[in-house]
Ligand binder design. Structure first.
Ligand code: GS8
Length: 232
């Protein structure tokens, strides 16, 4: 570290302090966990109770009061796709997550935005409903995944040979697939085999498998929420 041309003694260097406010079952926080694991950044994980929000969460994300929030050396960053981009720019010497070409970067951002605006909304229709709404959500979800299969093409990952921004944006949803399928009574594998092949490849990576929860645990959580909503 340099200041006015003089090197500071190492003891004055600021230690990196990285904290993640998160909820174990949320697919948005999973993105951040994977990005940090890909970069090899050590961090403190601070689980949040979303029904009983802590003053810390409200202070760190006063606008949305949602997780994930990354707190880097005391400064909060919210919104998962923005956090993942921040991580990529901050620890830029290793494991690039976004492509270097501006057009490819724009494309990657487009598809993550599509996942946020379309896939998230349709999947909620499946597990937070029954009847017609649920059927509509199932149809839409399959159409979206088929669209994403086209984007994947013959590549191993959306990022090409390595895991990238779109892969990180999408893979957390796979921990909820079992819940969507069980509640909606359909098979994603039968409809979108290429996506399921991609999920299996992602899970072979430790940065992914260690960052994702057990789909059965997610299912129990989903059942609990549905009971609370009077749906089951
Ligand atoms: C979404 C965060 C979000 O929905 C992002 O970070 O990408 N666009 C945001 N977080 C949820 C938990 S995960 O489903 C959350 O914090 N919910 C609590 C609430 O809405 O009160």
């Amino acid at each position: 570290m340099k200041e006015s041309g003089r090197s500071l003694h190492p003891k004055y260097k600021m230690a990196e302090e990285v904290k993640l406010l998160d909820f174990w079952g949320g697919m948005f926080g999973m993105r951040v966990r994977i990005a940090l694991a890909e970069k090899g950044v050590a961090y403190e994980y601070v689980e949040q109770d979303l029904r009983n929000k802590t003053p810390l969460l409200v202070r760190m994300n006063p606008i949305h009061k949602r997780v994930p929030v990354l707190v880097h050396n005391g400064k909060p960053i919210s919104e998962s796709s923005i956090i993942v981009q921040y991580i990529d720019e901050t620890w830029k010497d290793r494991a690039p997550l976004l492509p270097s070409d501006p057009y490819q970067r724009a494309q990657a951002r487009f598809w993550v935005d599509f996942i946020d605006k379309k896939l998230y909304v349709e999947t909620r229709k499946i597990w937070m409903n029954k009847g017609e709404q649920q059927e509509a959500g199932k149809k839409e979800m399959i159409a979206i995944l088929k669209q994403l299969e086209e984007v994947l093409g013959e590549k191993a990952f959306f990022g090409g040979e390595r895991l990238g921004f779109i892969d990180i944006g999408l893979i957390g949803f796979s921990t909820w697939f079992y819940s969507y399928e069980t509640i909606g009574n359909f098979s994603i594998e039968a409809e979108c085999p290429k996506i399921m092949g991609w999920v299996k490849r992602c899970l072979q990576k430790e940065s992914v498998s260690k960052s994702l929860p057990d789909p059965i645990k997610v299912y129990h959580f989903v059942l609990q929420v549905r009971r609370g909503l009077g749906l089951d």
